[in-house]
Design a protein around this ligand. Structure first.
Ligand SMILES: Cc1cc2nc3c(=O)[nH]c(=O)nc-3n(C[C@H](O)[C@H](O)[C@H](O)COP(=O)(O)OP(=O)(O)OC[C@H]3O[C@@H](n4cnc5c(N)ncnc54)[C@H](O)[C@@H]3O)c2cc1C
Length: 327
């Protein structure tokens, strides 16, 4: 059996940030991921500048394509660009492709990575044993919504946590400009829809809605997809021929809720495994990175890892009312 001080389950932004921080501190860490990288991750790939600050790199250090976005927000029933051209108090945002970004972050961590789907976790004395193959003192669950560490070592998600259903598609498309469009509560969607251009001739479009509120409104995220495509065609953001080729994929995750544990003895959950996406925009990359770094700091004994240390909102207080779009 292979022993390593820390095993991180999942090599997404949460897991790679944790591994990066541990390696920087000279600690022994192994990342296990069920998929080999580069791997597809459904995500609009919209990242605030804070993400790069936390990981100590500048946009120009990033070797793949990155677009600095301008943002337009639309609120039904008022289809006007409320923030068109207005920078503050909005932040500086970039778009990246997750297929590139996640692989780069994982390689940058310099942690060894093994492709392995984690199934069985046991506590044997002061060690965690994974699938009778790997043993460790510290175990970090960074396996996203269905993380096995979360499932096996932590209780169920807090009853109040909002689960978000999504549908999205990323596709090659001639890029017209650098404007990201966010459509809040259109067609009764308890959430928002997005159109996010990428710097390398790709576009990501998608919808996110609170699962419970969708159910109460007797609608489904799939039935919202068609109106959204029609709306984009009408706005000239999508051509009708491309529209007919788009088949979306879905994935669910949880928004931040102050309840629920994130540490159990020497086991930690970070990122989507801990349900940390922001309450206003449902962004998860920033909290994934923040929590990964915090868990690493706890392992090296520099700080306590608590949910309250992680930002629950993406935006500043003047825009946090956006959290009500999910209800
Ligand atoms: C459609 C959609 C759009 C989104 N858009 C944005 C956005 O624009 N900006 C933003 O900030 N957030 C966005 N999010 C949220 C964001 O994608 C997530 O919050 C973020 O990816 C969480 O990172 P993570 O590292 O916790 O998990 P993940 O990135 O999901 O990584 C988890 C890893 O764990 C691995 N894994 C899972 N199970 C096992 C197992 N049993 N054994 C081994 N490995 C395993 C997986 O293969 C995966 O590589 C979006 C989410 C969705 C669904």
């Amino acid at each position: 059996m292979d022993y390593v001080e820390t095993v991180v389950v999942g090599g997404g932004p949460a897991g790679s940030s944790c591994a990066w921080q541990l390696k920087r501190q000279g600690r022994d860490v192994l990342v296990l991921d069920k998929q080999s990288f580069p791997r597809l991750k459904l995500c609009a790939g919209w990242v605030p500048a804070k993400v790069m600050e936390r990981l100590e790199f500048a946009p120009e250090d990033y070797p793949h394509s990155l677009l600095t976005l301008k943002t337009k927000l639309y609120f039904a029933p008022f289809p006007f660009p409320l923030l068109g051209g207005w920078a503050a108090p909005w932040r500086t945002d970039y778009s990246i492709r997750r297929v590139e970004f996640d692989q780069w972050l994982l390689a940058r961590s310099q942690a060894p990575v093994i492709t392995h789907k984690v199934s069985q976790i046991e506590r044997r004395g002061d060690r965690y044993v994974i699938d009778n193959q790997f043993a460790c003192t510290y175990l970090v669950g960074a396996g996203g919504t269905g993380c096995p560490v979360k499932r096996q070592l932590f209780p169920a998600p807090p009853a109040q946590a909002i689960q978000v259903a999504t549908l999205e598609k990323e596709f090659a498309y001639r890029q017209r400009d650098d404007v990201a469009h966010l459509f809040f509560r259109f067609h009764g969607l308890p959430g928002y829809a997005w159109y996010v251009p990428k710097g390398n001739g790709f576009v990501n479009i998608g919808l996110a809605g609170a699962s419970q509120a969708l159910k109460q409104a007797h609608t489904h995220i799939r039935s919202q997809w068609q109106w959204f495509l029609a709306d984009l065609v009408e706005r000239g953001l999508l051509d009708a021929k491309t529209r007919s080729t788009l088949t979306p994929q879905g994935h669910g995750y949880y928004l931040f809720d102050s309840g629920g544990e994130v540490q159990n003895e020497n086991a930690f959950v970070v990122g989507d495994a801990a349900g940390l996406a922001s309450k206003d925009l449902g962004e998860g990359i920033g909290p994934a990175i923040e929590s990964g770094l915090l868990a690493a700091n706890a392992i090296v004994g520099q700080a306590e890892y608590r949910k309250s240390a992680i930002a629950a909102f993406s935006l500043n207080p003047s825009l946090q009312w956006l959290q009500y779009v999910w209800s």
